[in-house]
Structures are given as structure tokens and as C-alpha cells.
Design a protein around this ligand. Structure first.
Ligand code: 3PG
Length: 209
């Protein structure tokens, strides 16, 4: 289900996609992103620390909308909700995942990369979809092609987005926000380079006019 997801995505502009190895990095990282003007944060479930990171941000930084990414199945979804995620992102969609999302209250942004995938999700009530992997799946020309026949669907392209191409995506009428890791790469997080993360976030926050 997708209740309220439009509110979150429309304010987002750029969604940092985060891979965080240590729970202790949660608050300084989220604070650096917030200082840069990015307040919708996707913590991927790719590390042992991820759910602890979500818990910390949800508990201590109410001005952040923190969600989880790489939600692959119902278990991932339920663990995310228990940790305090306010939205859920998946690179694709399965029947099991959509059933789990329908049973809950936290909105899911499921992934699609083709017209058929986007149509199936739209049929099931998902107007907002992650377009993944954005660059590899056809990038801006693909999204322009989908805009005609699938005029109602709004995408959040993710995968291969950079400062060089983000504005081109954000200029499309069927793009509501973009996701990417460039402003808080795992290298910058491991180095605890919060100042650089804030600097890159400020640049990212200006991309959506
Ligand atoms: C991912 O797959 O980690 C996300 O889609 C982010 O992709 P990116 O690192 O290319 O921004």
C-alpha cells in the first residue's frame, strides 16, 4: 500500500541511499545529511547494522523521514517496520512482498524496470514506483518513453544517478524524486567525513527546482 508516500517523496527531491556498517554512525550521518537539506533517508538492509541505524534515526531525529531500502521480502518489511521505518523501498516486487505491504500500514515504493512491471504495479494500486536500475534500464530516454502510455505513474529513478545526470531526471514530469548514494557513499561514511557529506548534500538539495 502507498498511503502518504506522495507526501514523503514530493518533499524529497533527492533521496540518499545509504549503506552503513556501524550503528554509531547513524546519528552523525543523518545529521550531516539533514544539515545539507536532505531529510528523506533510505537505509539499505545490506549490513548487519542497518536496522539499528534506522532505530537510532527514528528515535532521535524526528525531522528525518527514515525508511529502509533493499526490502526483498515480507520478513525484511516487518523488521523494517519494527525498527521504525516510515517508508519501504524495494528494487523490484514479488507477490509475497506486495501481500506483506498490503497487510501493513507503512507505504512501499516497489521497483519496476519495464512497462509490464510498471503496469502490474499500477494495477495493484502503486502509482509511485522506483525505476531501478535507472541508468542501466534505459535512463532518461526510457522514462520519457513510458510517460506517454503510463501517464499516471510517477517514478523515483535510482541506480547510476549522479550530480551530472540527476537534474535531467528531475526535469521529467513523471519523476517525483531521484535516489542515489553519491552524497554519502560507503567510503565517505567509513571515513566519517561528515563535512563532505553535508557539502555534497547541499549541492544535491539544489538539484530539484
Ligand atoms: C543501489 O543499488 O545501491 C542504489 O540504487 C543506489 O545506486 P547508486 O550507488 O548507483 O546511486
Amino acid at each position: 500500500m502507498q498511503k502518504n508516500i506522495a507526501d514523503i517523496l514530493q518533499v524529497a527531491g533527492v533521496v540518499p541511499v545509504l549503506v552503513v556498517d556501524q550503528v554509531e554512525d547513524a546519528l552523525p550521518l543523518a545529521t550531516a545529511l539533514l544539515e545539507g537539506g536532505l531529510n528523506v533517508l533510505e537505509v539499505t538492509l545490506r549490513t548487519e547494522a542497518a536496522l539499528g541505524v534506522v532505530e537510532q534515526i527514528a528515535k532521535h531525529l524526528p525531522e528525518a523521514h527514515v525508511g529502509t531500502g533493499t526490502v526483498l521480502n515480507g520478513d525484511d518489511l516487518r523488521r523494517s517496520v519494527d525498527a521504525g521505518a516510515s517508508f519501504l523501498v524495494s528494487p523490484g516486487a514479488t507477490e509475497q512482498l506486495l501481500a506483506a505491504a498490503d497487510a501493513g500500514e507503512v507505504p512501499l515504493l516497489p521497483g519496476a524496470a519495464t512497462a509490464s512491471e510498471a503496469m502490474r504495479l499500477y494495477e495493484q494500486g502503486y502509482r509511485y514506483q522506483k525505476f531501478f536500475p535507472a541508468q542501466a534500464a534505459g535512463g532518461v530516454p526510457m522514462l520519457k518513453s513510458l510517460a506517454g502510455p503510463l501517464a499516471e505513474v510517477r517514478f523515483c529513478p535510482t541506480g547510476g544517478i549522479s550530480p551530472d545526470n540527476a537534474a535531467d531526471y528531475l526535469a521529467l514530469n513523471n519523476v517525483v524524486c531521484v535516489g542515489g548514494s553519491w552524497m554519502a557513499s560507503s567510503t565517505l561514511v567509513r571515513e566519517k567525513n561528515w563535512a563532505e557529506i553535508t557539502r555534497l548534500s547541499k549541492q544535491a538539495a539544489t538539484l530539484k527546482s
